[in-house]
Ligand binder design. Structure first.
Ligand SMILES: [Zn+2]
Ligand SMILES: [Zn+2]
Length: 335
């Protein structure tokens, strides 16, 4: 059942807590914003005050500006804001990503942000938080989306790389520069290190390393990198390099595109990569359903992704649910 006097409301600026006087991941400038994680559709420019985990704060200072007015809070700490309590719990999505619990004496709300329940090598593992009202993403909320373990995924990827090395071909792996790129870096067999990185990936690695993350050996590709240094190497770059002169300089190479969307053959073709790696930062179909049940909420609110279809499905299972319109973008491949 929906609450009569909801602690969180859905407004045209984003998820709003009137009692606390703050928004969560707003998409328009507001005074006080609690931010679940550093991806650009959740951590936006123009807020007077930001509150997030320390790693997300470091990412925002790099992406939005070093001079933003921000505060950080560790996982599992409670903070009182105007009569409500807020706390951040690991969302397992990317480094620093959080679900935000907002509670007062009568209601507990969890805003999932983006999340993933299977563990990877870089994100703090997802923690289930029971609540009365759960706001979940549904980026991959269809039965076709089921992820394999990192062990299986990287076993196959490392095999592909070693074949390329035998043939003195560069292995260019394409993944979003925040999250995906570091997960790729950590999953690559140690004998293939150092990994060479595109500037966007290199800079993000530097931000995360400065924030305390222990990453595998990586090097930037710069104008001065000698061409014969790049033979039979592993290179990580954002998908936007496909079809650019930057990529052509790495010849001979093969490309592999890492994304949850690689599940669908059509997406693989459109991307023009030699290989698709199904690797996602978002919860898959079984994980989504398990989580929605396990939080034991009275009502589920579903945002980005297949929200209409998923709400329909939940109602058929006897679970109260509504679609919530938002301006979040799901899994981005475009940077
Ligand atoms: Zn995200
Ligand atoms: Zn998102």
């Amino acid at each position: 059942m929906r609450p009569k006097d909801p602690l969180l409301q859905f407004t045209d600026k984003g998820i709003y807590c009137e009692k606390g006087g703050f928004f969560i991941d707003p998409w328009r400038p507001v005074d006080k914003a609690l931010i679940t994680h550093g991806h650009a559709d959740h951590a936006r420019w123009g807020m007077k005050n930001y509150l997030s985990t320390p790693i997300t704060e470091a990412i925002m200072k790099y992406r939005i500006g070093a001079d933003i007015n921000s505060e950080s809070i560790g996982f599992n700490h409670k903070k009182r804001i105007n009569g409500v309590h807020v706390s951040f719990f690991p969302a397992g999505h990317i480094p620093g990503s959080a679900q935000i619990l907002v509670e007062d004496t009568s209601q507990r709300w969890v805003v999932s942000g983006d999340y993933k329940v299977i563990e990877d090598s870089i994100s703090e593992p997802f923690e289930l938080v029971k609540c009365d009202y759960f706001i979940t993403e549904s980026t991959f909320g269809l039965p076709v989306y089921r992820w394999r373990t990192d062990e299986e995924i990287f076993g196959e990827l490392n095999q592909w790389i070693s074949e390329n090395i035998e043939n003195k071909i560069n292995s260019v792996i394409l993944g979003y520069s925040l999250g995906k790129a570091q997960r790729l870096l950590q999953g690559i067999d140690n004998s293939f290190l150092p990994v060479y990185c595109h500037g966007a990936v290199y800079n993000m690695n530097e931000v995360l390393a400065a924030a305390g993350m222990d990453l595998n050996d990586y090097k930037p590709i710069t104008r001065d990198t000698p061409k014969d240094e790049l033979k039979g190497r592993v290179i990580i770059a954002p998908p936007s390099v496909l079809g650019t002169p930057w990529l052509r300089k790495l010849k001979p190479y093969k490309t592999a595109m890492a994304s949850g969307w690689m599940t669908l053959r059509g997406a693989r073709r459109r991307r023009n990569a030699d290989k698709g790696i199904i690797l996602s930062d978002h919860v898959d179909w079984p994980g989504l359903n398990a989580t929605v049940k396990a939080v034991e909420a009275e009502h589920i609110y579903v945002t980005h992704g297949y929200s209409d279809i998923y709400v329909q499905y939940l109602r058929e299972q006897g679970i109260d649910a509504d679609v919530v319109k938002s301006e979040y973008e799901g899994e981005t491949d475009t940077e």
